[in-house]
Design a protein around this ligand. Structure first.
Ligand SMILES: Cc1cc2nc3c(=O)[nH]c(=O)nc-3n(C[C@H](O)[C@H](O)[C@H](O)COP(=O)(O)OP(=O)(O)OC[C@H]3O[C@@H](n4cnc5c(N)ncnc54)[C@H](O)[C@@H]3O)c2cc1C
Length: 436
């Protein structure tokens, strides 16, 4: 099958964002934010709404990192289940962390409504289809834990998953009604517009090259200017570079990429995700899929380490679409694109305060649409003086990974292993067309 040229569906369908200039000359602000993705812009928006003078520096363009390229699935919670979070953090702090992560989608959809962000927001839920009977048992425990906390989460039978997704490949699943979808690039550009309307300033093509602290003030150098502020928020996630090298070594950047079909013909469309939910399955190398506003199927997965996915990797994704939706064979593919996911050792996002007046939030492990928005708000609250213990999510010390330089090799090997494990876990309930 021919492979279409690299191009993001989101960049073709998003409204233009605000026009921004590169920083030139010497600037000062009450707060500086490095990185214009969801973390940085949510932080900037909450600071600007609180009346602070905030300036955002972005190395490339708004949403140039993962925020403009992701699947747009607004997923409640983090990778760990609520009971596990309470075990990790202790009963009280754990319960607050659970409440914080559970409220992620509420914050996203509230910001969208309050600021009138045009980003094709749909809130009909998020499905986690089970790729094996063993995974379904885990989902049953997850559903029980969330329901005990009053969340609108339910376990789905094989037939229900088939009806809601249009795929017969899964043996059951979970439906979390708190979730939904956005056009991810439109959402991040909308946040940037809102920052501007609230008085914040964004400079693009303005990479922070050097960060220094003198007499209680931070100074950031860019190619054509400088910015000083008593407070700096680093929001560079998987794209963190050598300027904050210790922070960079707390995450492993793992590529993930997606393909999108042409709009699905109406006859097939009725049976594929008819209620508009997003889905991310339980495979070790998970597949995530949804429809866009024009009825295209958008599906992503981890899998290649080349900066630009080669034809072989793209074809693997085409095959993955056909494994889940054999009825789509014959529908053309129109787009493919990718980005970097920041993975952490403990699979948790992290809030850090490595020095006075320096804050950072990162490590969303593929769950950043809601969580990065939440973390941006928490970073703003901390910057506004909320004590760390009252934020609702722990502030942890920086723990760079030992042998981080080898993490790319480790991550490659892990991915090969996970691919094999998924193939071996192939269940009769999933048919025999390929790895489940
Ligand atoms: C392909 C893909 C699919 C995904 N799908 C989903 C999904 O469906 N649902 C979900 O919840 N999550 C998903 N994620 C994860 C989610 O996209 C991220 O967690 C989230 O976007 C992180 O936002 P951020 O603002 O922290 O980082 P980013 O959006 O990556 O922003 C970081 C920014 O910092 C800038 N930067 C870096 N260095 C500098 C510097 N020195 N100076 C100035 N600027 C700098 C970068 O240019 C970049 O714009 C996906 C990720 C990828 C890659």
């Amino acid at each position: 099958m021919p492979v279409v040229p690299l191009q993001s569906l989101w960049s073709v369908t998003a409204p233009a964002g605000p026009a921004c200039e590169a920083l030139a000359g010497a600037w000062g602000a009450q707060a500086a934010v490095i990185g214009a993705g969801y973390t940085g812009l949510s932080a900037a928006l909450h600071l600007a709404q609180a009346g602070r003078e905030v300036v955002v520096l972005e190395a490339a363009d708004i949403g140039a990192g993962a925020s403009g390229s992701n699947g747009g699935q607004v997923i409640p919670g983090v990778k760990h289940d609520p009971d596990t979070l309470e075990q990790m953090f202790g009963a009280d702090a754990g319960a607050r962390a659970v409440a914080t992560v559970a409220a992620g989608p509420d914050l996203v959809f509230e910001l969208i409504a309050r600021h009138g962000l045009r980003c094709d927001a749909v809130r009909t839920g998020w499905i986690q289809p089970a790729a094996s009977e063993a995974a379904l048992l885990q989902l049953a425990a997850r559903v029980e834990q969330w329901r005990r906390r009053g969340a609108a989460v339910e376990l789905l039978s094989r037939e229900q998953v088939q009806r809601l997704t249009g795929s017969g490949r899964y043996c059951g699943g979970l439906l979390d009604r708190r979730g939904g979808t956005v056009q991810p690039l439109s959402y991040v550009r909308g946040l940037a517009e809102a920052v501007g309307r609230c008085g914040g300033r964004i400079f693009t093509r303005s990479p922070a090259l050097k960060l220094t602290r003198t007499a209680g003030t931070w100074s950031i150098e860019t190619p054509r200017g400088s910015l000083t502020a008593p407070l700096v928020i680093i929001a560079t996630n998987a794209y963190t570079g050598a300027v904050t090298d210790e922070l960079r070594r707390t995450v492993v950047a793992v590529p993930s990429f997606q393909v999108a079909t042409a709009p699905i013909p109406a006859t097939l469309r009725q049976a594929i995700l008819p209620e508009g939910q997003a889905a991310s399955d339980t495979r070790r190398l998970l597949r995530y899929f949804r429809l866009d506003a024009s009825g295209r199927l958008v599906m992503g997965s981890r899998g290649t380490f080349a900066p630009v996915p080669g034809a072989r990797a793209v074809r693997q994704h085409y095959r993955a679409v056909h494994e889940i939706y054999p009825q789509l064979e014959g529908v053309a593919f129109e787009y493919h694109w990718g980005g970097l996911v920041a993975m952490t050792r403990d699979h948790l996002p992290h809030l850090h305060e490595p020095a006075p007046g320096l804050l950072a939030g990162l490590g969303y492990n593929g769950r950043g649409v809601a969580m990065a928005t939440v973390m941006g708000r928490l970073l703003a609250l901390r910057a506004l003086g909320t004590p760390a213990a009252e934020l609702g999510f722990p502030v942890t010390p920086l723990r760079p990974m030992p042998l981080h330089a080898l993490s790319g090799i480790g991550a490659r090997a892990t991915i090969q292993y996970l691919r094999l494990a998924d193939a071996l876990a192939r269940s009769p309930t999933l048919g025999s067309r390929g790895p489940a």
